[in-house]
Design a protein around this ligand. Sequence first.
Ligand SMILES: Cc1cc2nc3c(=O)[nH]c(=O)nc-3n(C[C@H](O)[C@H](O)[C@H](O)COP(=O)(O)O)c2cc1C
Length: 209
Amino acid sequence: MGSEHTPLFIPVVLGSIRRNRRSYRPAGLLAERVAAAGHHTELIDLRELNLPMYDEEAVTEAHPGVKHLRGALARADASVWLSPEYNHSFTSAVKNAIDFVDEELRRKPVGVCGLAGSAVGGARCVEQLKLVLIELHAVTIRDSVYFGEARTIFDEDGTLLRPEFIRRIDLMLRELTWYARALRWGREHIPLPKRRQLPRPADGSLGGR
Ligand SMILES: Cc1cc2nc3c(=O)[nH]c(=O)nc-3n(C[C@H](O)[C@H](O)[C@H](O)COP(=O)(O)O)c2cc1C
């Protein structure tokens, strides 16, 4: 078991695939703060991965972007997801990425962050994304960072104009790393409950995955 000082691997998933996404710099800042806390990180940029739509076909499953996503999340102790708010929810790119993963996120903590142009934006997409991640047995933590009024956070050159975000991110990461260590210990030491303890339905179906 690692000590409380062992570096963790905490990738940051960037959930906007628009060419001129505002989320790019906040995602970079999230990764920067993970590294500043002494952990390993990687920006998992869904635009770069260029994932196909999930359809369970062999050719899709073999896509290099899909393999990369799954590999990075499988190695991760925790992850941070940043999605902009689109129509009061998270992006379809994020949902498509989630549909490709399962065990990679199981019993690992996730910090869920939102971004929006408006002051109130981001919270709705964060709440919805947490609900979805729970289905994969991911452990979404309470703390999130809401990049509201996204236009005001960085200038055109990438200079951070609102340094209060550093403190907000660091607070979230402190929570996230506590859960990451606790859950890693739990996965390594506590037998997992059996996934299906009920008999299969009489119709022979799996009754959901
Ligand atoms: C399709 C679409 C839907 C949007 N819906 C919302 C919304 O429901 N609430 C909100 O506050 N902002 C909304 N916005 C504004 C975005 O949050 C804002 O443009 C943000 O910069 C998008 O993130 P991105 O630049 O990283 O893609 C929407 C933007 C787009 C493109």
